[in-house]
Design a protein around this ligand. Structure first.
Ligand code: F6R
Length: 370
């Protein structure tokens, strides 16, 4: 039931805080992550893993990309992210030291199911992240970590995405604990950060809803939108672009900001709308000034810049046409906040164009054919 919301998608975006919170619930003990669900694979095997391959499609694959950053940082295991439908067509190298992690909201996506079956047959350990109890993909896997986003009805995935990222972060912390790669203080602070995400998403929802609604109403004639992000901002850019394609039928592309000068900057002409996901100025890496200089470059060529930036980030103000503020968070956790305005934007622009937000043309909620 929509319960007073204009669409299932609007309702599901409003449930993003709970999707994260419920996915964490019961999975920490004394401030540390412990996933009992991983017992079927076992700590000995998890200690022995020398490579992780994440398989998924669409939005779930973008969640997987974020999982790569977190798992590599915390558990120091190399992670590849592959689209399920590409995975098994080139004789991938798998062994009993490979952990394959599938991600699927529905648990029925045929491309991902076939990839899971392939991985099982090849002798790898297979762990699935799934939002649907008892679905086919978890039944075909060694172990499953369920996301607790609740049923997702709108075709476009929103609350499942933030829940998938949360589950992958929990898996990263569990692996780090098993392998002794993260000191306890850092583990505790990551758990605290994750636990603070639901309230921060609620803040983003409150602050950005009206501004983005208005932005969308101005943009009903827009033909093309670009999204730029760097490091964990890159998958967020891809996710923002996918939502716009599928919901508002607008040509949209997400780029890694560093790639701009290697080609995409040629697309920038006066009036081109570009969303930029800006890393925190507090981040110890030097990415913030680099992304700000990307903004200057595209602004100088007439782009209309909409920056999603940490609140109080004064450096972007002179160069952005609009700034959508997000609360302070550690860099791995920023994507869980920055993605929210982009989910709202896709929905609002589709609604402003008079389109069916919950049932975009040509798409089905679960893709059960290859
Ligand atoms: C995008 C979207 C799709 C799904 C993809 C995988 O908004 O909904 O890209 O994310 O089809 O679906 P699941 O997660 O059910 O395997």
């Amino acid at each position: 039931e929509k319960g007073g919301w204009s669409s299932f998608m609007a309702k599901e975006i409003s449930e993003e805080p709970e999707a994260v919170g419920n996915t964490i619930l019961g999975r920490t003990h004394d401030g540390l992550v412990h996933l009992e669900e991983l017992a079927p694979i076992g700590d000995a095997a998890l200690k022995d893993v020398d490579r992780i391959v994440i398989i998924a499609c669409g939005t779930a694959a973008y969640a997987g990309m974020l999982g790569k950053y977190a798992i590599e940082q915390w558990a120091r295991i190399p992670v590849d992210v592959e689209l399920s439908h590409e995975f098994r067509y080139r004789d991938p190298i798998l062994s009993d030291r490979t952990l394959v992690i599938s991600i699927s909201q529905s648990g029925e996506t045929m491309d991902t199911l076939m990839a899971v079956k392939y991985a099982m047959a090849s002798g790898a350990h297979v762990l699935s992240v799934c939002n649907t109890q008892g679905a086919t993909i978890p039944r075909e896997s060694h172990a499953v970590v369920y996301t607790h986003a609740g049923p997702e009805v709108a075709v476009a995935s929103t609350k499942a995405f933030v829940a998938q990222v949360t589950a992958l972060y929990l898996i990263g912390l569990h692996l780090a604990a098993v392998r002794g790669t993260l000191d306890e203080a850092a583990h505790r602070s990551a758990v605290d950060e994750l636990a603070s995400v639901p309230a921060k998403i609620s803040e983003v929802l409150e602050v950005s809803q009206a501004e983005i609604g208005q932005l969308a109403r101005w943009m009903t004639e827009t033909q093309s939108v670009l999204f730029l992000g760097r490091h964990v901002g890159f998958p967020v850019a891809l996710e923002g672009a996918l939502k716009l394609k599928e919901l508002a039928y607008i040509h949209a592309e997400g780029f890694a900001a560093g790639e701009l000068k290697h080609g995409p900057i040629a697309l920038i002409e006066p009036g081109q709308v570009v969303f930029v996901i800006v890393p925190s100025p507090r981040d110890p890496s030097s990415l913030h000034p680099k992304v700000v200089s990307n903004i200057q470059e595209i602004r100088a060529r007439g782009a209309r810049v909409i920056a999603i930036a940490e609140k109080g980030d004064a450096a972007v103000l002179p160069f952005a046409d609009e700034v959508i503020p997000i609360p302070l968070a550690g860099s791995l956790f920023e994507p869980l906040l920055a993605v929210v305005p982009l989910h709202i934007f896709g929905m609002e622009l589709a609604a402003a164009k008079g389109l069916d937000v919950d049932q975009p043309r040509n798409l089905a909620k679960s893709v059960t054919v290859e």
